[in-house]
Design a protein. Sequence first.
Length: 309
Amino acid sequence: MNTHTITSETRPHFAKLLERCAGLAPLRTAVICPEEKTALEGALEARDEGLITPVLVGDLAKIQEVAALGGHDISGLETVHADSEELAAQRGVDLVANGTAQALMKGQIHSDTYLAAVIRKENGLRTDQRTSHCFVMDIPDWPKPVIITDAALNVAPETKHKISITQNALHLARAIGIDQPKAAIMSAVESPNPAIGSSVEAAEVAKQSFEGGLVDGPFALDNAVSRRAAELKGITSPVAGDADILVMPTIEAGNILFKGLVYMARAETAGLVVGAAAPVILTSRADSSEARIASCALGVLYANYLANS
């Protein structure tokens, strides 16, 4: 089924993710509600790449019908029946919480229902960190992957939440092989301005202590990613012009940036929810095969990082 086009020529940064997964054991993954063609095939493609061992959780009659229509033999896969989205999400999280599975993958289920099970108080996957989402972007002709956070989960994070969001992203960056990641706390300007609340918050976040990387801010987009722009504005910071991570002020800003890169610059995304006790793969029906494969690769690398931290 290998239909993706991830190669060192087409998607060099995603190709490196797959290279880093070579030799790592497949991640036993509870796939929640694979009751639609794209959702089921995404899990099977990741299996064929050696990234995951799927455990299919959902309405078994629907899953088997989708498999039959697509010509897929799922008789060798473990399944867990659940006749509603809520129950499927709960049973999937239970599998991870009790050690039967190592990760979650979203299928044909509403994101709110999926994530509510992840962060539930009893037998959920909460940690002392704020749960957040990271997009790892493979942008054509850009020299390295760029992590955008949070463009999918935290709507208008407070300063204390941005601290956790930043730390989560630093951990993911290290998991994918960036030894000393650089995180830029984003705003519309590069110095604190009381009229722009995100710039003041960015400066406060940058004052905190972080593990495993460099953090600074506020930054406007130009001086976060362009050394020339940073130099022209006289900004002296090891993060300036060389950011690996862009910590966005709000979900709107993150959503606009990542979709602008996808639709106007031919970028591709891989996404993962981080800060939980296990990798939470959050895919969409609109995701390409490349995005689904790369998202599962992120899950494998993040799980390996958590196990060795």
